[in-house]
Design a protein around this ligand. Structure first.
Ligand SMILES: *[C@@H]1O[C@H](CO)[C@@H](O)[C@H](O)[C@H]1NC(C)=O
Ligand SMILES: *[C@@H]1O[C@H](CO)[C@@H](O)[C@H](O)[C@H]1NC(C)=O
Ligand SMILES: *[C@@H]1O[C@H](CO)[C@@H](O)[C@H](O)[C@H]1NC(C)=O
Ligand SMILES: *[C@@H]1O[C@H](CO)[C@@H](O)[C@H](O)[C@H]1NC(C)=O
Length: 210
């Protein structure tokens, strides 16, 4: 927490003075507060807020990456008759919830836009490419591919091959396993490791042709 040492009524007055000075109007509408970045672990919740001054009974909209947030988990409460705080609750955060959030409000054609709040979602690696089933000729070379992303970024990709599975030396993502050739149907899967844990890909079966 950073404290400027200026009490909020004084700060409010300074902001008012600044906006009056810039716009030369007698009434203004503005959001207070800085933008910030928030990192949330997958499955956890977060409560975002934005603080609007200069309007009675506002309608405060939450936006994410350009679209209006439809979640019902929003409410706004008055601090003063023309000072409101709007809250947006995110529960059970998943990767698609990551992005840029902000507030907008409008009064008689005047529009206020808040600073951005960036949400980052951390969790176990997420596969963007998984090994595919194949049919190959005996002893013919082929490749298996696998890629995973964070955040936090995957530290290692480990391939498992055969039954019982044996592991290959760790690689990074994206990883291409060059298999010189097989003589029987063989299972492949890859594991992605990061600070949050381990994810396993699907199991791909490589069959011998003919
Ligand atoms: C927040 O994250 C965004 C996107 O990753 C980045 O562009 C921005 O610089 C970050 N801002 C701060 C204050 O860290
Ligand atoms: C709004 O969010 C900021 C950043 O998370 C927090 O510091 C502040 O206490 C919140 N304000 C309210 C009224 O909850
Ligand atoms: C497999 O291929 C390699 C090189 O392509 C060859 O030297 C070897 O004899 C082959 N082995 C079998 C069992 O076909
Ligand atoms: C396998 O990958 C290597 C290196 O990425 C590439 O040179 C080679 O052509 C690939 N082989 C096949 C059969 O796709």
């Amino acid at each position: 927490m950073v404290s400027t040492g200026i009490s909020s009524p004084v700060k409010g007055f300074l902001l008012l003075a600044v906006s009056l000075g810039l716009a030369g109007r007698t009434t203004e509408l503005w959001f207070t507060g800085h933008g910030y970045n928030l990192t949330i672990s997958q499955g956890h919740g977060a409560k975002l807020n934005c603080s609007l001054e200069g309007m009675e009974e506002p309608e405060i909209l939450w936006l994410k990456d350009g679209g209006v947030v439809q979640s019902a988990d929003q409410m706004y409460i008055p601090i003063d008759e023309d000072h409101w705080i709007s809250f947006l609750s995110l529960k059970n955060v998943e990767r698609p919830d990551a992005g840029r959030y902000w507030c907008e409000a409008e009064d008689n054609g005047k529009k206020a836009v808040s600073s951005d709040i960036w949400i980052m979602v951390e969790g176990v690696p997420y596969f963007i490419l998984e090994p595919k089933d194949l049919a190959v000729f005996p002893n013919a070379s082929f490749n298996m591919s696998c890629a995973a992303v964070g955040p936090p970024e995957p530290l290692a990709i480990i391939w498992w091959m055969g039954e019982p599975p044996i592991s290959m030396k760790p690689d990074h993502s994206p990883s291409v396993l060059i298999v010189p050739g097989i003589h029987q149907d063989t299972a492949f899967l890859c594991e992605a490791h990061n600070e949050k844990g381990v994810s396993s890909s699907r199991t791909a079966i490589v069959k011998i042709k003919g």
